[in-house]
Design a protein around this ligand. Structure first.
Ligand code: PAF
Length: 286
């Protein structure tokens, strides 16, 4: 696996591959890699000639500085995992390399209502930071396909919108959420759960599957309310459980969504000081 820390070196290396007609698949990450990330690498390997992965803990997307400080860093293990998974190129830039202009200034992306609801409501500025760094990474790597996980449902919608707004020549491939045996969605933040909370965390999957089983039989707003109550009873501090319908890339809440629309349940909840998010598609696809 080639490792580049400088954008120009990476660009130069990839230009050679593109001249040979090779296709590039790109998996952006913030490291602390788990099987969910590696499934994205596997999907990219299946579809593209060269797989590029980036590890960059992006400061501009953390609305909470404590979350940024506590974000797990496991570079050595990550490099071993990526090498074993057959990644061709790893991009490991510094903050100065990614943000030579500084962190404060930046382009504003008009994501509409999409960046104000759900995650956007609780993490002000988060999606501007995600948009900014993914735009920069795409500009450097210029991949044919971009691989992201469904676990970050709203992030996938934001990146779809980014690609659309800027008419970027890349195809977004959304891969299914990888789960532990008990249903907990794999996440870099899971390692911060203590043993008791780790066990408790599986309730999120139970709540999502209960909603999936009752979807269409009970009004969506009732399902959301019941799920919030259940999570509180189980010791979580839920921020939201919402059943959302996608209309032209934007999010709406509808009690009787039409059958041709994508509908999903999305949630965020705190447990033992760790913020967990998860979702399940109830109808259609992302
Ligand atoms: O999902 C992530 O790990 C990050 O939000 C991403 C897409 C790598 C941007 O920093």
């Amino acid at each position: 696996m080639y490792l580049f820390k400088r954008r120009n070196d990476l660009r130069h290396h990839l230009e050679q591959a593109k001249l040979k007609g090779q296709t590039i698949g790109f998996v952006p990450t913030m490291g602390a890699l788990h099987d969910g990330h590696l499934s994205l690498v596997a999907a990219a390997k299946e579809k593209c000639d060269i797989v590029v992965c980036s590890i960059f803990v992006n400061p501009t997307q953390f609305n909470d500085p404590k979350d940024f400080e506590k974000y797990p860093i496991t570079i050595e293990q990550d490099i071993v995992k990526l090498t074993d998974a057959g990644t061709d190129v790893l991009f490991l830039p510094s903050v100065a390399e990614m943000y030579p202009e500084g962190l404060a200034s930046g382009k504003h992306y008009d994501f509409g209502n999409l960046e104000k609801v759900l995650e956007g409501e609780f993490r002000a500025g988060h999606f501007q930071g995600v948009g900014r760094v993914v735009h920069k990474l795409l500009d450097i790597v210029m991949p044919h396909q971009l691989f992201m996980g469904q676990k970050d449902f709203q992030q996938c919608l934001i990146i779809k919108e980014l690609i659309h707004l800027l008419a970027l020549p890349v195809q977004l491939v959304v891969c299914p959420t990888r789960r532990e045996a008990d249903g907990l969605a794999m996440s870099s933040r899971n390692v911060r759960l203590n043993a008791a909370h780790r066990q408790q965390a599986t309730d999120i999957f139970k709540v999502l599957t209960a909603i999936r089983d009752q979807f269409g039989k009970v009004p969506n707003s009732t399902l959301s309310k019941e799920a919030m109550t259940q999570l509180k009873k189980d010791g979580f501090e839920p921020e939201y459980v919402e059943i959302i319908t996608l209309r032209n890339g934007q999010v709406t809440r509808e009690d009787a969504p039409s059958a041709d629309k994508t509908v999903a349940v999305v949630l965020a909840a705190w447990l033992g000081g760790v913020r967990l998010i998860d979702n399940m598609i109830l109808q259609g696809q992302l």
